[in-house]
Design a protein around this ligand. Structure first.
Ligand SMILES: Nc1ncnc2c1ncn2[C@@H]1O[C@H](COP(=O)(O)OP(=O)(O)OP(=O)(O)O)[C@@H](O)[C@H]1O
Ligand SMILES: [Mg+2]
Length: 164
């Protein structure tokens, strides 16, 4: 499995392959709760959508997980949970944000996972958890940080699950 180390600014993990990214996503899925906002930062091809796929499969979604690059958002309804997967790479017009009603998607009963948050960061709420990807020779390096108390609690749950 992927290795990791923890310090004050967050946790760093090494994901050696696509399948390990998917497994890691399934692990993250177990600590998620309604209302969470997760940002995924990293270059084109860094593995953000792959991680989203792992999380959604972990939550029990059995169908396809396509990149929301063109539609900006894909909605998954998993039993009673609304899971919004955003990709703001092509987002340029703040008016579009209002017209699409994105603000309402960020609510207590939904989970929002956001690729390319930096393209809409002024409009977005604060992220509970931020995962930053770096492409390295041997796969991907990710850094996981909490931005809120709820995020900190989730990451604590995750640490406890990994090292009981
Ligand atoms: N840990 C990993 N090690 C090596 N390759 C990986 C790893 N995770 C994902 N990949 C591969 O890297 C590519 C990542 O594509 P993906 O669509 O997930 O990137 P993305 O960050 O969503 O890009 P974009 O910004 O264009 O949306 C895929 O081809 C996938 O197979
Ligand atoms: Mg993507």
């Amino acid at each position: 499995m992927h290795s990791s180390y923890h310090n004050n600014s967050g946790t760093t993990c090494h994901l050696e392959s696509e399948s390990i990214t998917l497994t890691f996503g399934a692990e993250i899925a177990t600590i998620l709760r309604p209302g969470l906002i997760i940002f995924l930062n990293g270059n084109l091809g860094a593995g953000k959508t792959t991680l989203a796929r792992g999380i959604l499969r972990g939550l029990g979604h059995e169908g396809k997980v396509k990149s929301p690059t063109y539609n900006l958002v894909e909605l998954y309804k998993i039993s009673r949970l609304y899971f919004y997967h955003f990709d703001f790479y092509r987002f340029t017009d703040p008016i579009e944000w209002e017209e699409a009603g994105f603000r309402e998607y960020f609510n207590e009963s939904s989970i929002c996972l956001v690729e390319w948050p930096e393209k809409a960061e002024k409009l977005l709420p604060i992220a509970d958890i931020r995962i930053s990807f770096t492409i390295i020779e041997t796969g991907r390096k990710i850094e996981i940080q909490a931005g809120t108390e709820v995020g900190r609690q989730c990451l604590k749950d995750w640490q406890v699950k990994r090292n009981p």
